[in-house]
Design a protein around this ligand. Sequence first.
Ligand code: NAI
Ligand code: MG
Length: 332
Amino acid sequence: MIQVTLIPGDGIGPEITEAVKAIFSAANVPLTWEEENAGQTTFDAVGELIPSTLIASLKKNKVALKGPITTPVGKGFKSINVQLRQMFDLYSNVRPAKTTKGIETRFENVNSVLFRENTEGLYSGLEIFDERLQIADSISRVTRVGCEKIVRAAFEFASKQGRQRVTAVHKANILKQAGALFLNVFREIAKEYPSIQADDIIIDNMCMQLVVKPEKFDVIVTTNLFGDILSDLCAGLVGGLGVVAGANIGDNMAIFEAVHGSAPDIAGKGIANPTALLRSAIMMLHHLDLKAEADRIEAALEATLVNKEECTGDLGGKASTMEFAQNIIAKL
Ligand code: NAI
Ligand code: MG
């Protein structure tokens, strides 16, 4: 049995987590969950936002599945998601976006995978505020090592998955330092993968191209801020945040997560869509080399998604979170 850390999270987190657990158990996945939470709930209970028991569990298991965690806007604690990524150097944020039969969208045949640098750039946390002058600086620090790791992760993925093309997204025309470093590293590493087509595009043009012809793109690699925005844009092309997977991967640890938030507006009602967390959990199975289990659960999910009435309200159905899970289980 493989042991995995499970972070249920806040809001709808526990509800969608229960659904994924039920599906995994019905599919006899050889895996046990070690449950540890983080955020406001653990702060209220044990006085720690990221409890030491969670850190110990992550260090031991090296693989986790995580529900959404509420982050206060402005004053308050720093995002738990960002803290975990930086604490364990989970430098790749991997976000697949694939058109699914049954989920209505404006496009067909979208099949991209975005690699977002997850620890530096504008989210390095290098921020200064001069109270007297009322000037705020948020520094975008990009390192050669950081660029090399994310670019290599994208090319390695493309090479292993037989993908044709890797596109770097940047703003090196304006960001003469941080942008140029990232682009130069991309061009250097691209030479090591001669069978993969490598090209680059400026972020603003990319946004336009993606909403016009998204099916043109294959693997995409970019820095933190651009990747944050583009990954949600790509999710919108294939049905939204409720249906896409996400993973934070480093050299020694991987945290698979629901990319949407804690959805306080529907929390506790039992109507949240568990697809995003389930798809992240399927990515986790691939990471653990449990391919047969991953394929089996994915097939059952796809077979359910084509019948709208078997799905949750956000997908046009009437099923509760658990009914949707049961509909998937029936197709295993
Ligand atoms: P949100 O993603 O929680 O909600 C946006 C809208 O989408 C809401 O109407 C919600 O009901 C709906 N929605 C989201 N997930 C759904 C699902 N699985 N099924 C059905 N409907 C779903 O974004 P919002 O409201 O901006 O953020 C709420 C909280 O979540 C904030 O505290 C934010 O910081 C946190 N958050 C956490 C993330 C994480 O832990 N990875 C990511 C994004 C936000
Ligand atoms: Mg984001």
